[in-house]
Design a protein around this ligand. Structure first.
Ligand SMILES: Nc1ncnc2c1ncn2[C@@H]1O[C@H](COP(=O)(O)OP(=O)(O)OP(=O)(O)O)[C@@H](O)[C@H]1O
Ligand SMILES: [Mg+2]
Length: 436
């Protein structure tokens, strides 16, 4: 009996054994269905080719022998497809490890697959605040950064995409300033071509900004209304009259483009959901973010979580498309023994980045040319935490709004400065990732 994790490595072994025939029939697809069962999809032309059919029979028999119950029976394990290239282009896919021109199409029950990475946006820079675990101070860091950037005269657009537990906007907006609608309202109205009815009333400006401007787009409006019923529909893909399908994350991209055009910000800050979650996947991989902040407190759960995510990017062959935009943020660095804590955080961060994301550099060699690797002590490296200090003034807050108004500006800068500087750097650059 085989189990899920054996499927792709075994297929890779079988395909390499039949390399000549696989090469001849390429491009091919390994389709892993919703139940985790695999079959092959090959071009229709091979249906008339006796040698190809013999090879396919041998391959699918081996797959069945080695992968049962995760492979279809040989007589049902091959589909012939007229337009194989179009099929590959039309679905999320990744290369089968070690085999040229064979793609894996992985059908998931959720749309968030974490591995279709939208290239960096070339326009207004977008920063996503993500964390693998919740409650680490992600939203607070975002709100404080928005404030600090506005203090420097920037126009900041802030989106609360932590739709299942919204809260960011209340930290930037007092109740009486909340807009009538929020992101979830637009997502459901858009399904019935009615997005315009809410679009102009889903952002409000924060009173916290003195020089610049903070436009806050909350998850829901002043009156959440039937929030649960709306949220249950927000993830819906949209099928247009001409049959074209638009995934919900593509709808979200369209909304973000429209919000940018409407409010012309200098920078966009996005509060993602925590964890390996469908909405978080849209924020991290689908919105063309230029900078993805990985907020972390030191602990085994943090590192095993990031390792799972990084390894997924490696397995699915997309790690190069995303790794240069990542930056670790050390959240809530304790005020007692902070230096020792920071060193431990940096060391464990480096372990995970070096093993899962950085290119390997042979012992004694220097990282040169196209090698993407960093020393543990390299302050400019993505694993090197941008620190945010724990500060009593921000612990157990009822209202960040009041706190920011009352805390000394220099104090906010001292706590959140490294993140603010990082976002400013990104804005000064040409939109490319700061580690490129
Ligand atoms: N730098 C800090 N120092 C001390 N306390 C902080 C700091 N940042 C945030 N906090 C406090 O930690 C708690 C969690 O913060 P916050 O809501 O920002 O976390 P989060 O990561 O966004 O959580 P969630 O995953 O639930 O959205 C809050 O009570 C907040 O006031
Ligand atoms: Mg939060």
């Amino acid at each position: 009996m085989s189990t899920f994790d054996r499927v792709l490595p075994e297929i890779s072994i079988i395909f390499r054994k039949h390399a000549e025939n696989v090469k001849r029939m390429a491009p091919m697809i390994v389709n892993r269905d919703l139940n985790g069962r695999v079959r092959l999809i090959v071009a229709e032309t091979w249906q008339e080719d006796a040698a190809a059919l013999t090879a396919l029979d041998a391959i699918t028999r081996e797959m069945h022998d080695r992968l049962d119950p995760h492979a279809f029976a040989p007589d049902r394990a091959v589909l012939f497809e007229e337009k194989i290239d179009a099929m590959i282009a039309g679905a999320p896919h990744f290369p089968l490890d070690g085999v040229k021109d064979v793609s894996v199409i992985d059908r998931l029950a959720t749309e968030g697959n974490w591995s279709s990475i939208v290239p960096e946006t070339k326009g207004i820079p977008r920063t996503v605040f993500f964390s693998i675990k919740g409650g680490v101070g992600r939203s607070t860091a975002l709100a404080a950064s928005a404030w600090a950037l506005a203090e420097r005269g920037k126009r900041v657009l802030v989106l609360d995409l932590d739709l299942e537990s919204p809260g960011l906007s209340s930290s930037l907006l007092p109740d009486e300033r909340r807009p009538t609608f929020g992101i979830v309202d637009w997502l459901v109205e858009d399904l019935v071509e009615n997005g315009d009815a809410v679009f102009d009333e889903m952002a409000a400006t924060s009173t916290l900004s003195h020089d610049g401007e903070i436009y806050v787009v909350p998850a829901h409006g002043a009156d959440p209304g039937e929030y649960v019923a709306k949220l249950g529909r927000a993830w819906m893909p949209k099928v247009a009259n001409d049959g074209r399908r638009e995934s919900w994350s593509q709808r979200l991209q369209r909304l973000l483009d429209a919000l940018q055009a409407r409010w012309t910000p200098d920078v966009v800050l996005i509060d993602s959901r925590a964890g390996i979650d469908e909405v978080a996947s849209a924020c991290v991989t689908d919105l063309g973010a230029n900078l993805i902040l990985l907020c972390a407190i030191d602990g085994d759960q943090t590192w095993s979580g990031y390792r799972i995510l990084f390894r997924h990017w490696r397995t699915t062959g997309v790690v190069r498309d995303i790794r240069e935009r990542l930056q670790l943020v050390g959240a809530m660095i304790p005020d007692v023994d902070g230096a020792a804590y920071f060193d431990g955080l940096r060391e464990r961060s480096w372990n995970v980045f070096a093993e899962e994301l950085y290119d390997e550099v042979a012992a004694g060699e220097l990282a040169v040319g196209t090698t993407w690797s960093f020393d543990e002590s390299d302050e400019g490296a993505p694993h090197y935490p941008w620190p945010i200090r724990w500060h009593r003034g921000f612990a157990a807050l009822r209202s960040l709004h009041d706190r920011i108004e009352s805390v000394d500006a220099r104090e906010v800068e001292a706590i959140f400065g490294p993140v603010v500087e990082g976002v400013l750097d990104l804005m000064c650059g040409d939109g490319e990732a700061n580690h490129a």
